[in-house]
Write a protein that binds this ligand. Structure first.
Ligand SMILES: *Cc1c(COP(=O)(O)O)cnc(C)c1O
Length: 412
């Protein structure tokens, strides 16, 4: 046997208790959920979603509207649960427009960002009254042409490609050459043109990055974003009634990650709002968050179908894998593979007894949900939980790979 050398696991999010020595999600035991719904299974907890939105609202100034970024988790029951809790929804495709409409969400509460909007998507959005966050001059021309044909003014904002980015963010969406938004210096001219063309003007959308855990970095970016919005509004010659400040609030996924200090962010934003320049006095501000609202609410449950040893290492082979949890396998925007939080759900809270790697059922060595973690000894039939599965799990994994198909999803 090799000497054990376990690698750390990410922090398990708060709010998951044990019942009878098992992980409970929304008050339901993992084994009961798996027996009823089968595995692999995404379980999203209503109470976690509700509490998350409430905590965020309590920390932020009341003037700040909170939007949910649908691409993080477009599961219809999740959207229906969030609909009365958040102020708006941000979508990134015509497919997501259809999903929010099917969930009964008023399109007037929806904004649509994303490069490469096709004419049919623009048409559907204009017809429905969705706010289009315009990504380029070319998209603006197509939008105006389609709206002329429909005889309906579009609701339009300009997505700005800011010259700054969100420091320490997992995914940079601003700063330098980007496929997102219109470069700062070209925004005022486009804004004047759109306003003159008679669009329903919805201001600016300024999104500088994702998955930041540093409150300081977010505070700094929000200050720069508000200053930029003020300058662009001045140069556009119109008072700014709407401004989307982007998002970027991250969640702890990896060993050593700590939660973002939303109280500090809310306090700093409150100070900014108390001291706005004239051109922003009437502005309605919003932020748009995906993973921060939904990520920690979800658990991916998969069952161990084989237990084997190779060269002294234990492998727990599950019926799930990267086709549902690409990010946990380390193959979705991470440079160095680190372990997500995971546990043996059917032995939750038991003392670790061995070093084991939890792998999926795909024929690729990339399919690893936990690398050399320290777990209670698990057997065939035990359930594995991968946490932080409420965002970019089901919606951002190649479910069709190897003919596996999607996992079942349930909101409890
Ligand atoms: C993806 C995306 C979001 C959500 O990002 P999270 O990291 O999930 O909060 C918000 N706004 C835009 C424009 C996006 O592309």
């Amino acid at each position: 046997m090799k000497p054990p050398n376990p690698k750390p696991l990410g922090p398990i999010p708060p709010g998951f208790a044990a019942i009878d020595g098992e992980l409970a999600i929304g008050g339901c035991k993992a084994s009961d959920l798996a027996a009823e719904m089968g595995t692999p299974l995404f379980v999203y907890a209503r109470d976690r979603l509700t509490e998350r939105v409430a905590a965020l609202r309590a920390a932020m100034p009341t003037r700040l509207a909170i939007h949910y970024a649908v691409k993080a988790n477009p599961f219809e029951p999740v959207l229906r649960h969030l609909a009365p809790l958040v102020d708006g929804f941000d979508i990134a495709s015509g497919g997501e427009l259809a999903i929010v409409q099917a969930a009964g969400i008023d399109p007037a509460r929806v904004s649509f960002a994303g490069p490469g909007k096709r004419d049919a998507e623009l048409e559907a959005a204009i017809a429905a009254g969705v706010t289009l966050n315009c990504e380029s001059e070319g998209e603006a021309d197509r939008t105006l042409a389609i709206s002329a044909r429909l005889g309906k003014a579009p609701r339009m904002a300009i997505r700005v490609n800011p010259d700054f980015d969100l420091k320490g963010s997992g995914m940079k969406m601003g700063g330098g050459a980007k496929q997102f938004g219109v470069d700062e210096d070209r925004v005022p001219a486009l804004a004047r043109r759109l306003i003159a063309a008679g669009v329903e003007w919805r201001g600016f959308h300024i999104f500088a990055g994702s998955q930041a855990l540093s409150a300081e970095a977010i505070i700094d970016t929000q200050a720069q974003t508000i200053a930029l919005a003020a300058r662009l509004a001045e140069e556009s010659g119109a008072a700014l009634l709407h401004c989307n400040l982007g998002g970027g609030f991250g969640i702890p996924y990896f060993p050593g990650d700590t939660p973002v200090d939303i109280a500090a962010i809310g306090a700093a934003l409150g100070d900014r709002f108390a001291d706005l320049p004239e051109v922003l006095r009437e502005t309605r501000f919003c932020i748009e968050l995906g993973r921060y609202l939904a990520g920690e609410s979800g658990v991916y449950l998969t069952r161990i179908v084989d237990r084997k040893e190779s060269h002294g290492e234990v492998f727990l082979v599950t019926d799930g894998g990267l086709h549902h949890q690409l990010a946990a396998s380390g193959n979705f925007g991470t440079v160095v593979r680190r372990n997500y939080p995971s546990a043996i759900a059917t032995r939750f809270g038991a003392e670790p007894g061995e070093e084991a790697s939890i792998v999926g059922c795909l024929c690729t060595p990339l399919d690893r949900l936990a690398d050399k973690g320290h777990f209670p000894r698990a057997e065939v039939g035990d359930l594995v939980a991968v946490f932080c599965a409420g965002a970019y799990g089901a919606s951002a994994s190649p479910a069709q790979f190897l003919g596996q198909g999607p996992a079942t999803e349930v909101l409890v």
